[in-house]
Design a protein around this ligand. Structure first.
Ligand SMILES: *[C@@H]1O[C@H](CO)[C@@H](O)[C@H](O)[C@H]1NC(C)=O
Ligand SMILES: *[C@@H]1O[C@H](CO)[C@@H](O)[C@H](O)[C@H]1NC(C)=O
Ligand SMILES: *[C@@H]1O[C@H](CO)[C@@H](O)[C@H](O)[C@H]1NC(C)=O
Ligand SMILES: *[C@@H]1O[C@H](CO)[C@@H](O)[C@H](O)[C@H]1NC(C)=O
Ligand SMILES: *[C@@H]1O[C@H](CO)[C@@H](O)[C@H](O)[C@H]1NC(C)=O
Ligand SMILES: *[C@@H]1O[C@H](CO)[C@@H](O)[C@H](O)[C@H]1NC(C)=O
Length: 454
């Protein structure tokens, strides 16, 4: 998921006010007066659509969280996580595997959620201990699936890619599957899904995984450098040569007996909407890519949203001055949460203490004409009508890709206008996977999906 917009934050800052930004004009109902909390609460709540949370549990936590208070956020989610974890542990999983699985999926989500605002202090041991609790509970949950998810560590050149493979077999007999799985083979179409700036591979089971498995396909999630578990276990920040993370996953799939290697799709979620096209520019065994949503140049978007005084310090190349300026914002509780979070999260994910270095490296993540030319497969480019992360960039990606692209705009009035269509997961799955079926079956797809009806 995630890393939505810093526009409002910076606009507010530039005007010299320190008030929290109002929630007017937002795409979905705001669960906190703090816009960043509201967004992250919406992200957690949306996992309820696929067994990753329960609405009442998240809404109760939301009602107790003090806007802008990071410890209050942590306290409510760790309380919820521990309580649901204890319930899960008390269940006899041999007799009641579904009950135990559902509880472990939710405690795992709440443990992950609890860590959201801890990164301003990377010495905070909870960053690791709470994450380990999340991984443990998630692993218990997937071990209780009809066909258990398989954790694998895949060797890349300079690091290891943690991945989870979920076999399609569990849903082979689901009514209706045959239509989207017309290939009479034990080798199944397979969708690789990677997350973005801050989200985990675990949450992707809820966001996309179940929908993929329901269609009779295999699902594999993975994380590369900069993403939560790789950052923690291998100490690595984001790299622009993202194919170094994806190619080993494709290699792994080609060695499996149950994967149809002519039908491997790749989804990039949120900032993954940059990472997946970058990977596809070098990894040509993919038959389709889905950028959910299309982001060509996050650096450019951030720069266009910074007040001019911040930009001019950055462009002057005075690293010391720029670092001092941005670091002073992180611990300043008068600064809007969105900006404090964005800086802290970025330094953590790029494994640096220097905001100047973060932005200098982020500048290398760019889907330009050369990258677009090197992509040989069809690309679905999504956009949320109300998403202000990188305005105009989904259309720019479509322009760069030309006829290789299919563009779809998700609408605010149907609750799908948020960044990554948070909360409207069924709408995304319908469009993305019906499009993907058509690609795999050799049926021609439109360049622009009009009216959101695929
Ligand atoms: C949010 O702000 C409004 C208007 O300032 C106020 O009435 C309301 O109580 C606040 N809600 C929370 C949860 O703080
Ligand atoms: C960061 O966390 C560590 C470990 O809990 C603590 O000792 C330290 O005081 C914290 N630093 C700040 C600036 O809060
Ligand atoms: C993958 O590597 C991590 C970190 O070394 C380790 O904790 C984990 O057990 C490994 N998982 C598998 C399936 O080998
Ligand atoms: C792996 O690390 C080595 C040593 O730092 C470096 O020379 C090489 O370019 C790296 N390989 C990739 C694919 O990044
Ligand atoms: C599908 O494959 C099975 C096993 O190889 C075979 O018995 C069956 O006739 C095939 N069905 C179709 C529709 O090709
Ligand atoms: C960078 O900025 C600092 C603080 O404004 C200033 O003291 C320093 O001289 C500047 N360095 C350069 C190389 O311009």
């Amino acid at each position: 998921m995630r890393y939505h917009s810093i526009i409002l934050t910076l606009g507010t800052l530039a005007m010299g006010t320190t008030a929290q930004v109002s929630s007017e004009g937002s795409a979905i109902f705001q669960l906190s007066n703090d816009t960043e909390f509201a967004f992250m609460l919406g992200a957690t709540l949306s996992l309820s659509n696929n067994f990753g949370a329960n609405t009442g549990e998240v809404l109760r936590a939301a009602s107790q969280i003090i806007p802008g208070d990071f410890e209050s956020w942590y306290r409510e989610f760790i309380f919820l996580a521990n309580q649901i974890h204890d319930k899960a542990e008390a269940i006899n999983a041999k007799r009641f595997p579904i009950s135990a699985r559902e509880a472990y999926f939710r405690s795992a989500t709440y443990y992950r959620a609890a860590t959201t605002f801890l990164y301003a202090n990377i010495s905070d041991p909870r960053i690791y201990s709470v994450w380990n609790s999340a991984l443990k509970d998630f692993d218990k949950a997937i071990s209780l699936l009809p066909v258990p998810g398989e954790r694998v560590n895949i060797s890349a050149e300079n690091f290891t890619v943690p991945a989870i493979f979920y076999s399609a077999q569990s849903s082979m007999n689901t009514p209706g599957n045959h239509r989207q799985n017309p290939f009479n083979s034990t080798k199944r179409p397979t969708v690789i899904v990677g997350n973005g700036y801050d989200g985990s591979q675990e949450e992707l089971y809820h966001t996309f995984g179940r929908a993929i498995l329901d269609r009779g396909w295999n699902f594999i999630s993975y994380e590369g450098p900069g993403q939560p578990t790789v950052r923690r276990q291998q100490g690595l920040g984001f790299i622009p040569n993202w194919w170094e993370a994806v190619t080993p996953v494709v290699d792994y799939l080609t060695k499996r007996h149950d994967v149809d290697t002519d039908r491997i799709g790749l989804i990039g979620y949120s900032f993954g909407g940059t990472l997946a096209p970058l990977a596809a520019s070098r990894e040509h065994r993919l038959s389709a890519v889905m950028a959910i949503d299309g982001v060509t140049d996050l650096f450019g978007s951030i720069q266009s949203q910074f007040p001019s005084n911040i930009n001019s310090v950055f462009e002057s190349g005075n690293k010391t001055e720029f670092d001092t300026l941005l670091l002073s914002l992180v611990d300043n509780t008068a600064v809007p949460t969105q900006l404090r979070w964005a800086i802290a999260q970025s330094l953590w994910a790029f494994d640096t203490t220097s905001p100047y270095e973060w932005l200098t490296r982020l500048r290398e993540f760019k889907v330009d004409q050369a990258v677009a030319n090197d992509i040989h497969c069809p690309v679905l480019v999504n956009e949320g009508e109300d998403d202000s992360l990188a305005p105009g960039q989904a259309q720019e990606m479509v322009r760069l890709l030309g006829r290789k692209a299919t563009y779809n705009l998700f609408k605010t009035d149907l609750g799908a206008g948020e960044h990554c269509q948070l909360g409207a997961e069924s709408q995304v799955a319908q469009v993305a996977f019906d499009w993907l079926s058509d690609i795999w079956e050799g049926i021609s797809v439109p360049h622009i999906i009009t009216g959101g009806v695929y």
